[in-house]
Write a protein that binds this ligand. Structure first.
Ligand code: CKX
Length: 608
């Protein structure tokens, strides 16, 4: 079990959660001397910076944009005197990629991993009724033992630069909200919901973990506030007659409230909205509440102008409005866990989420998109670093599933993006990761990983672990592009025929397909990078998808243009968006709207 609760910071009769977002102090620490020099007691010459935000796109000098190493944040806050006697914490939505947290000059916590929350428990260091200094040393270096994978190299002059093995900019920092929290000494630490359907009724098996021994009760209220069910005890079953189920693009959320009952009233209370639904794979069907669904949507990024990877409620709102407009019903959190607020919105809007851990770059290449189809063999899982990588991978998986397990929107865990799978050493690594995901998830949701183009029916050693086989394929772009698009279609069909030949009886999901497209480039006849070619390519791909019954979802790459490292093949980032980075439509958006609004949600379903 994790050493801190992953419950979302919410206020209640017993809980306090104060946002610390705003203007903090900020200072780069290129020599990495801050910890030894006592920067935790006050930054020597700080600048000011907004939190949350990535820092890379805020400044005007290249060395800051491309900075790799330690960098510090600092803020001050008063801890109210009447909070004394409670458990005090500082809860980070994330700190990318790792952090050391200090309160009043003393170490409070460290955390590895840049896309999941953690809570620094500061009770023993807190000063009540007076100012406290919080200092955070963040580091954004990459390695082959941490997620996401890459390298950090030191240049002759001593400057470090990051070499990502992934195709997105290595934005970093305090990129999600930060809260000061106060909980009662005895509190609700975690809870798990496992819905089952019995006719029109729902049976929700639950388990509540607390930090003490007082009795626990749970109640469920419907959207009108009426009591739908209740139970006593740390584990049991809630019987909800004629339950209103959570459905695709027809969400319904109940309010689950848990209480620890003391002799003198409520000791702790935590309340959270949650949808009731079941998800399973049966043959080639992905079933939601026992009915087949076809996934229509996107691979996305948490990426936008100026703020980089920082959580932006406004960008989130625009993205959901665009996804509803275009007729989508799903997205993948490529290539890392997204902000909790985005999953909460997916719950509200009835979107199906493929929830991906940050296991990207496990294919040694600085431009995997160039080697992805060359048959290049890189044995990634038989290195001296593999054991340490596996440890970090499993830890990130435990944090992800603990954080997201009660979201109705989360229907599929994606455990890798484009890993190397052609060497025999990959299989035992995958078996460990897939087994652990199954153990951690009480709902036993289906699991997948996104296969890179090198991972083919007769070369991939790992697809057998997937409940849903997810393919990233670029026939007509990275392979046989442009004037060879007809040959691309033939090659694409040849590969799918080979998958069909295997007779896996599993659903297939395209987690990536797309073309770089410069908005406003128009060519008649089409040419690569033009909006016309993006359409031509997409129509070819959909012709292929539609002719294979086991294809049960299409998530085009990408929802929007996004930033990457600079390079000869990236023109101010990756341009495969259906929308621009400013969230305006390319011609393909109107094509998708027409296709997806006419494609029924249960398309191809029922073949079992
Ligand atoms: N897949 C052939 C991973 C994504 C990249 C995408 C691309 C590659 C394609 C690999 O993170 O953005 O090159 O567009």
């Amino acid at each position: 079990m994790l050493e801190y609760s992953m419950l979302y910071p919410r206020e209640s009769v017993s809980r306090r959660a104060k946002r610390l977002d705003g203007i903090w102090k900020f200072q780069l620490d290129p020599a990495g001397k801050g910890k030894a020099a006592g920067w935790a007691n006050g930054l020597p010459s700080p600048d000011w910076i907004p939190v949350p935000s990535s820092f890379s796109d805020l400044y005007t000098d290249k060395q800051t944009r491309e900075y790799a190493g330690d960098f510090w944040y600092e803020t001050q806050f008063v801890i109210p005197a009447d909070w004394e006697g409670r458990e005090i914490g500082v809860r980070f939505g994330c700190a990318t990629h790792r952090a050391s947290v200090y309160l009043n000059g003393r170490i409070a916590a460290t955390h590895e991993g840049g896309f999941l929350p953690f809570c620094a428990r500061i009770t023993s260091l807190a000063r009540y009724g007076e100012e406290n200094r919080l200092a955070v040393c963040v580091n954004n270096e990459l390695s082959e033992t941490t997620l996401p994978c890459g390298r950090t190299v030191e240049l002759a002059g001593g400057r470090k630069i990051n070499k990502p093995y992934f195709d997105f900019f290595n934005y970093s920092g305090l990129q999600r909200p930060v809260y000061l929290t106060a909980l009662p000494r005895e509190s609700i630490f975690d809870f798990t919901l496992c819905p089952r359907l019995e006719g029109t009724d729902a049976e929700v098996d639950y388990e509540i973990v607390t930090t003490g021994e007082h009795p626990v009760e749970i109640e469920v209220r419907d959207a009108s506030g009426a009591l739908a069910a209740s139970a006593k005890g740390k584990r049991g079953t809630l019987h909800i007659p004629h339950a209103r189920l959570w459905r695709v693009r027809d969400a319904y959320l109940y309010q689950f409230t848990m209480r620890i009952a003391g002799e003198n009233g409520v000791i702790d209370e935590y309340s959270e909205p949650a949808g009731i639904r079941t998800v399973e794979v049966r043959g080639e069907d992905i079933l939601l509440n026992g009915e087949p669904v076809y996934l229509k949507g996107f691979g996305k990024h948490e990426d936008s102008d100026t703020v980089g990877r920082s959580f932006s409620p406004a960008v989130m709102k625009r993205d959901f409005e665009l996804m509803k407009w275009v007729g989508a019903n799903s997205f993948r959190t490529s290539h890392y866990p997204y902000s909790e607020e985005i999953l909460q919105a997916a719950d509200r809007e009835g979107f199906l989420v493929v929830d991906e851990v940050a296991a990207v770059g496990m294919f040694e290449s600085l431009m995997n998109f160039m080697e992805a189809s060359t048959g290049k063999q890189t044995a990634f899982f038989e290195k001296p670093t593999t054991a340490a990588l596996l440890e970090n991978h499993l830890r990130a998986l435990e944090e992800l599933i603990t954080r997201d397990k009660n979201h109705a929107s989360v229907i599929l865990w994606s455990l890798f993006n484009e890993p190397e799978t052609t060497h025999a050493a990959a299989a035992p690594y995958f078996e460990t990761v897939f087994r652990r995901a199954h153990e951690l998830d009480a709902q036993k949701r289906p699991r997948t990983f996104a296969l890179i183009m090198n991972s083919l029916p007769h070369t991939c050693q790992c697809y057998q672990f997937s409940d849903v086989v997810s393919l990233n394929r670029y026939y007509g772009w990275y392979v046989l592009g442009g004037n060879e698009i007809e040959e691309a279609e033939a090659a694409f069909r040849k590969e799918l025929d080979a998958w069909k030949e295997l007779g896996l009886r599993k659903p297939f999901l395209f987690t990536e397909y797309g073309t770089d497209t410069a908005p406003g480039i128009h060519k008649l006849p089409s040419a690569m990078w033009s909006e016309e070619y993006q359409l031509e390519y997409l129509k070819m791909n959909h012709r292929v998808f539609d002719s294979y019954p086991f294809v049960r979802g299409e998530q085009v790459w990408n929802f929007a243009d996004f930033m990457t490292s600079e390079g000869i093949l990236r023109m101010d980032g990756n341009k495969k968006g259906i929308f621009t980075r400013q969230r305006q439509p390319k011609a393909a958006a109107f094509y998708f709207k027409e296709r997806w609004e006419s494609l029924p949600s249960g398309f191809k379903g029922g073949n079992g």
